[in-house]
Design a protein around this ligand. Structure first.
Ligand code: NYM
Ligand code: MG
Length: 219
């Protein structure tokens, strides 16, 4: 019955978000490694997933090999999440914890940071409605200076001071009480310690049967 289904054990959806060069990828990889070592079956996912057909179009756009309309690019980033929604649900229900490097919050933050008429936050959120909601969000907070000093800044589209400033503002706007704000200005090891504690709690809650949630209309 429905009541029994509610307590089904499952994997956790743990999401890392933040501006470029905040250390998300490093921390997400380290977390997957440590979870697997401690017997929690986990996988590292990232968005954009540049391996799919849609992902390849996104990759060309980000590397400035192709130009496109801003609204259609936004929808492609979202489609790149939709095309993996079913697999995401299946994995989580099968007990696999997914550590995800960026998701729809980046989608909303980067597109609305362009400040284009019509492409406001509300419009940006529509294409995410119905997708799986993370169980745990680590927002990696880094100072503007620290991010700029990190290797590779400026290599891709969007990695400009102005854009990152706007993205940071949208993230601040999107922030909700349940987010975990992690001080990412510290050393890798210091950040990792906090991340592990937060992740462990999420894994436990999902193991005990926390229900899978989805982004609802008007989220
Ligand atoms: N990005 C990422 C978007 O503009 N929309 C999205 O929906 C997502 C998931 O892609 N600057 C942007 C943010 C990044 C860029 O991400 C590539 P990464 O994590 O550097 O591969
Ligand atoms: Mg990047």
């Amino acid at each position: 019955m429905a009541a029994a289904a509610k307590s089904l054990s499952r994997g956790a959806f743990i999401l890392f978000e933040g501006v470029d060069r905040c250390g998300k990828t490093t921390q997400a990889s380290k977390l997957v490694e440590s979870l697997n070592q401690s017997g929690v079956a986990s996988e590292l996912w990232r968005y954009p997933d540049r391996t799919t057909t849609i992902g390849k179009m996104i990759d060309d756009y980000l590397q400035c090999k192709a130009d496109s309309d801003d609204a259609s690019m936004h929808l492609l980033f979202a489609a790149n999440r939709w095309e993996k929604k079913k697999m995401m649900e299946e994995k989580l229900r099968a007990g696999v914890t997914l550590v995800v490097d960026r998701y729809g919050y980046s989608g909303v933050a980067f597109t609305s940071a362009k400040k284009l008429p019509g492409l406001d936050q509300q419009w940006c959120k529509h294409s995410e409605t119905g997708l799986v909601k993370p169980d745990c969000l680590m927002y990696m907070e880094i100072s503007e200076d620290a991010a700029k000093k990190r290797g590779g800044f400026g290599e891709e589209r969007y990695e400009t001071t102005e854009m990152q400033k706007n993205v940071r503002e949208v993230f601040a706007d999107l922030r909700e009480d349940w987010w975990n704000v992690v001080d990412a200005d510290r050393t890798i090891e210091e950040v990792q310690k906090d991340v592990q504690t937060i992740a462990k709690d999420a894994v436990e809650r999902c193991k005990r049967g926390k229900e899978l949630e989805h982004f609802e209309p008007g989220w």
